[in-house]
Every structure is written in C-alpha cells, then in structure tokens.
Design a protein around this ligand. Structure first.
Ligand SMILES: O=C(O)[C@H]1O[C@H](OP(=O)(O)OP(=O)(O)OC[C@H]2O[C@@H](n3ccc(=O)[nH]c3=O)[C@H](O)[C@@H]2O)[C@H](O)[C@@H](O)[C@@H]1O
Length: 400
C-alpha cells in the first residue's frame, strides 16, 4: 500500500503529464489543421492557376481574332483619294453591280467620288461591290431602271442591260425595255452622261434585235434629249470586253472557253470558228469610259481593242494558257452571228488620248485566275456551273 503523501505525489505527477500530453495533442491537432488549411490553399491556388492558364489559352486566340477584326475593320475598304468639294462628283452607275459597272464603280470610288449604284441584280451581283458596302461615299440601290428613279447626281453612267446574248435573249421584251425605257428614265432627270459613222446592220426581227435595236433607240433618245432639252450626253460604243467578275454562266465566248478549258470539257466553237472578234480587257474599257465622260465629246465614240482574232484562234489560245487537254468541238452556227467585228478607235485616240494598253494574254491570264478561284469557291458549295449555250429559251418569259 502506498502512503497518502506518496499517492498525492503520484497523482500530481500524472496530472501534470496528462496536461502536457493534452497540450501536445492540442498542438498536434492545431498543426495538422493548419497544415491541411495550407495544403488546401495551395491545392486551391494550383487549381486557380490551372483554370487561369486554361482561360488564357482560350481567350488569347479570341483576342487575336478581335485584333484582326479591328484591323480589317479599319482597313476594310480599298484606299480612296480625298477630293475637295469642288472636284468631288455625285455619280450614278446603273448596272453598277454588273461586270463592267462594278469595275467602273471601283475606279470612281478610288478616285474619291460619291457613287450610287443602281442594279436589279438580273445579271449583276452584290458580291461584285460588297467591298464598298458601308463606305460613306457609296450607296447601293436595288432598283430596276425600267421604273423611274429620281435622285440628284452630277453624272450618270448608264450601263444597265444584260450584254451576253443568252442573257439578253432570255427575256427580249425586258431587254428592249431596259435599253429604251431604262435610258429614257436616265435622261428624264436634268443630269446625264466600225467607225462611229457606221449605221449598223441589224435584223429587226432576229433574236439579237432586242439588244441591238434597243441600243440604237437608246442612242436616238440621248440625242433627242440633247437637242430638245439640252441634256449633256456621252455615248460609248462598247466592243467585246472580258475580265474578272464576268458571270460564270454569262454565255459569252471568253467565259465559256475558260470554264470549259478549266473543267476539261470540249471548247464549243459555233460555226467554223472563222468569224472574228477583238477583245478588250475591262480596265481599259473603264479608263475609256471615264475619259469620255470627262471630255467634251458628245458624239458616239468606239471603245474597244482593235486586235482581231478568229474565234478558233481564241479557243486555241485559251486552251494553251489554261494548259488544258480539252478538245475543240464545232457546233452549229448561232443565228445572225456577226462574221467580222473590229473597232476603229482613231476617234478615241485623237479626242480622248485613249487606247487599250493591256495585252490580250495578260488579260486572259487574269480572267483565268479569277475563274479558277470561282470554281474552287463553288466546288466548296457543291455547285459546278455549266457554260450557257447561246440558244433562245422556249416558252413564255416574264417581261416585267
Ligand atoms: O461582248 C459583248 O459585250 C457583246 O457580246 C455580244 O456579242 P458577241 O460578239 O456575239 O459575243 P459572244 O457571245 O462572246 O460571241 C463571240 C463569238 O464567239 C462565238 N461563240 C460564243 C460562245 C461559245 O461558246 N462559242 C462560240 O463560238 C459566237 O458565235 C460569236 O461568233 C453582244 O451581241 C454584243 O452586243 C455585246 O456588246
């Protein structure tokens, strides 16, 4: 048996030990909680870092895209000259979304003018002028020139009319109306734009008459308005023209041959191929139109390239430039097809100081490049255009 004092001593010692043990346990507990907290925090921090870097990975390309967009937004338009109020003109281009009209629009815009394009998009395409949409000097109106249009402008380039035979024969009454009533509507407002002595050779009841007679009446109207109302008039007699932005299904010979050569299909020569044409590149025509508009020549002026070739020669040249293995296929002759055509451009040279400068092969290569790209573009959309034959469509057509 332990004595009382001894017992007290033992219990005092074990109480102290207990306290010590409890103290140590408490410390260990606090340390472990603290450790856990620190651990959790570092896990949390790691996780946050990972999330942040993931967000950064996602956001950086977006930031880049925004920077590109901002850049493209500020550099959205081709460069445009600044013209003072005195030199800047308000210019209307009818058919301005078409093949020739859109190239003319580019030149007038880049020269610093205010351009209004009017087009009913029968053969024109918004895509041809999309690079100007939104520009403060540019306006696009979806309008058919057969209906009156009242706007105030300083100059009018009246180019609205289908020019390709399959297109203009598709709806002959509409073609006639566009060239006659359309011209009348352009003359109505106060403002307007083989030698020239040749009076033409037109079968008035043939399939081409809607275009040819339409153009002739249009000229008669211009001069009637000039004489009677004092309207200032310029008349360009435009000869065969080609270049980028011709419609894929245009049906004229250059676009047909290029498309056929690119697609490895036979090049369709109508008749023997001995008929001749002389082709000008579109930028030459545009320069001629602007030179004529700004001259004081009110009588008709031929704008064309006098370098004449047979259609068979064109077929062979295009085939070679494309590097195509296509054959040449002879089809029946087109009705009323002019057998020889070559402009005499002495007057344009003398009075406008203008002549074509783009060599045929250079122009053809540019057109080939354009059509190659168009084919790629359309292949992605699963649509392969076929060259349109110069045949008249059967059945009734709308002629609104
Ligand atoms: O280029 C233009 O702006 C002109 O187009 C056509 O005149 P055309 O010379 O007959 O134009 P194309 O259809 O390109 O025909 C040129 C020649 O090539 C021939 N051709 C056409 C297409 C084809 O696939 N194969 C072919 O041999 C035609 O028969 C014609 O002899 C219009 O009649 C003109 O009024 C218009 O100004």
């Amino acid at each position: 048996m332990l004595s009382q004092p001894l017992l007290r001593l033992v219990s005092a010692v074990s109480r102290r030990r207990m306290k010590l043990l409890l103290g140590i346990a408490l410390l260990a507990y606090v340390a472990s909680v603290w450790g856990n907290l620190i651990n959790m925090r570092s896990i949390q921090e790691n996780r946050e870092l990972r999330i942040e870097s993931r967000i950064e990975e996602i956001i950086e390309p977006l930031r880049e895209k925004i920077r590109d967009l901002e850049k493209s937004f500020t550099q959205k338009y081709p460069p445009v000259k600044f013209l003072s109020e005195k030199d800047r003109k308000r210019i209307l281009v009818t058919g301005g979304a078409g093949f020739v009209g859109s190239h003319l629009t580019d030149k007038l815009m880049m020269d610093g003018h205010e351009v209004t394009v009017v087009d009913n998009f029968f053969t024109g395409r918004k895509r041809n002028v999309e690079h100007w949409i939104g520009h403060e000097n540019f306006e696009l109106i979806n309008h058919d020139v057969v209906e009156p249009l009242y706007i105030e402008v300083d100059q009018i380039y009246h180019l609205a009319s289908p020019a390709s035979p399959p297109n203009y024969m598709y709806n002959p009454i509409k073609t006639l109306k566009t060239n006659t009533i359309g011209t009348l509507n352009m003359l109505d407002p106060e403002v307007h734009p083989q030698t020239e002595d040749y009076w033409g050779h037109v079968n008035p009841i043939g399939p081409r008459a809607c275009y040819d007679e339409g153009k002739r009446v249009a000229e008669t109207m211009c001069y009637a308005y000039m004489k009677q109302e004092g309207v200032e008039v310029r008349v360009a007699r435009i000869f065969n023209t080609f270049g980028p932005r011709m419609h894929m299904n245009d049906g004229r010979v250059v676009s047909n041959f290029i498309l056929q050569a690119l697609q490895g299909e036979p090049l369709t020569v109508y008749g023997s191929g001995s008929q001749t044409r002389a082709f000008q590149y579109v930028s030459d025509l545009v320069n001629g139109l602007v030179a004529l508009m700004n001259s004081n020549v009110s009588s008709p002026v031929n704008l064309g390239n006098p370098e004449e070739h047979t259609i068979l020669e064109f077929a062979q040249l295009i085939k070679n430039l494309v590097g195509s293995g296509s054959e040449i296929q002879f089809l029946s002759e087109a009705q009323d097809d002019p057998q020889k055509r070559k402009p005499d451009i002495k007057k344009a040279k003398l009075m406008l100081g203008w002549e074509p400068v783009v060599p045929l092969e250079e122009g053809l290569n540019k057109a080939i490049h354009y059509f190659r790209k168009e084919l790629e573009y359309q292949a992605n959309n699963q649509y392969i255009p076929k060259p349109k034959p110069a045949r008249i469509k059967k059945g009734r057509t709308r002629h609104n």
